[in-house]
Design a protein around this ligand. Structure first.
Ligand code: FES
Length: 118
């Protein structure tokens, strides 16, 4: 197991993203409360940096005009063509079986965000 400190937790305000690099790979860290998710910072569609997108929620509706939101600040919307990805799984909301971005395991240690790789 390899453990690499990416930044201090306090550098990522709750509900925001931070772009970092891990061995020359672009990674986006996404903070949601006490959790930090880590995704490859490259959209699988045409390569936009997801860290330049926005964090939003997943909106669900069973009838027209009645919406409820879930996973607040956990959905990353690509800045170029609005594909959306769940920060926890990396799966694209539009086609979760086929489209996803890589996710990395994270831990918080002594106030530092650590990515753990094998
Ligand atoms: S580059 Fe991300 S949706 Fe097109």
């Amino acid at each position: 197991m390899k453990r690499q400190v990416m930044c201090q937790l306090e550098e990522i305000p709750d509900g925001t993203m931070k772009a970092v690099e891990l061995e020359s790979r672009a990674i986006v860290l996404i903070r949601k409360g006490k959790e930090v998710f880590a995704l490859r910072d490259t959209c699988p569609h045409q390569g936009a940096r997801l860290s330049n997108g926005v964090l939003t929620s997943r909106r669900l509706s069973s009838v027209a005009g009645d919406y409820r939101a879930e996973k607040a600040k956990q959905i990353v919307r690509c800045p170029w063509h609005n594909w959306e990805f769940d920060a926890a799984s990396g799966r694209c909301l539009h086609d979760p079986q086929r489209l996803r971005v890589a996710v990395y395991r994270t831990e918080i240690e002594n106030g530092q965000v650590v990515i753990v790789t094998s």
